[in-house]
Design a protein around this ligand. Structure first.
Ligand code: AMP
Ligand code: MN
Ligand code: MN
Ligand code: MN
Length: 292
């Protein structure tokens, strides 16, 4: 009967963002300041497959009086799709998590060279060297860095165009890659004291509805407990779709901009609408993991 947002779902939590430690363009410190300035009340830096920014982010947040959850976004292979699992409230020094992520990162350099070879075949040379210049952390060289190079050199107008014309299945420069296994990634997160969140489920449309069902089943069977509902990757229609799915499946809900860069990101830190008030926010289960 209560349509007004409750105090918990109304919290301006932004639990998905990227720094120069992976494929963002701002430092952890600059992100903390931007989050604070934008009114974020609970923040998490969730770099891809890497924890090197966590202590910096937590220290910067503490200086600003901004509540912080340690975080990570793990690349996982499920069927033939790449799926992202966000871990929140993790211990960034947990050895099993640290080792698992190191193994997940392994092979990114080889993949980047193969992507560049494929782009060269398609008439776009020099992409490996070009991408490296954008990679703050060469071990985390990603499609985003290749995309920035293709924009800088005028091959595409913006990174959105890159991800339509290149680097995706069926287009030049796509290289299939084997990431972590879903149950392994969820296990590392739980073992490190965190909650596993299925990131931006609206982005896995290639799975089809049966595949999506299988993904949620496998995620929950592995111990996954939450799903991103309000994210920079979803349309308002998808907020409603995944809010309903969260309720049906008894999953907690998360909210995060997936902010990468002031130039590239559609949604700024803290800029999303609140979670629907009928959902259980993931931060309910993470009270003891918040750093202040
Ligand atoms: P990778 O981990 O190397 O496969 O790169 C994945 C990253 O590419 C994601 O984390 C996003 O930052 C970026 N990305 C993927 N798809 C898109 C898209 N359609 N538009 C802009 N960026 C994208
Ligand atoms: Mn990214
Ligand atoms: Mn992602
Ligand atoms: Mn992300």
């Amino acid at each position: 009967m209560n349509d007004a947002p409750g105090p918990d779902t109304a919290l301006n939590a932004d639990l998905h963002s990227h720094s120069v430690v992976s494929d963002g363009t701002l430092t952890p410190e600059a992100l903390a300041e931007r989050a604070h300035r934008n009114g974020v009340q609970l923040w998490s830096l969730t770099d891809h497959d890497e924890l090197a920014g966590q202590h910096r982010a937590a220290a910067a947040a503490r200086r600003l009086g901004l509540a912080y959850l340690c975080g990570v976004e793990i690349s996982v292979s499920f069927a033939s799709e790449t799926v992202h699992i966000v871990g929140l409230g993790i211990d960034p020094d947990d050895p099993t998590l640290v080792q698992g992520l190191a193994a997940t990162r392994d092979g990114r350099d080889r993949r980047a060279r193969l992507m560049a070879d494929a782009l060269a075949q398609a008439g776009v040379p020099g992409a490996y060297e070009g991408a490296l210049r954008f990679a703050g952390n060469p071990a985390l060289i990603s499609r985003t860095h290749v995309a920035r190079h293709l924009v800088e050199t005028g091959v595409c107008r913006d990174t959105g165009e890159v991800f339509r014309r290149f680097l995706v299945p069926g287009q030049p420069g796509y290289v299939p890659h084997r990431w972590a296994a879903l149950d392994a990634a969820v296990g590392w997160i739980r073992g490190a004291g965190g909650v596993a969140v299925l990131a931006h489920p609206g982005r896995y449309q290639r799975l089809g509805s049966l595949g999506e069902h299988a993904l949620f089943e496998a995620f929950q069977a592995a111990g996954g407990e939450a799903v991103e509902v309000v994210t920079g990757s979803h349309s308002p229609d998808q907020y409603a779709t995944y809010a309903e799915l969260a309720r049906q499946r008894g999953l907690m809900a998360s909210r995060g901009s997936d902010f990468h860069s002031p130039q590239e990101s559609r949604v700024d830190l803290g800029g999303l609408p609140p979670l629907p008030a009928t959902l259980v926010p993931v931060w309910e289960a993470l009270r003891t993991r918040v750093l202040r």
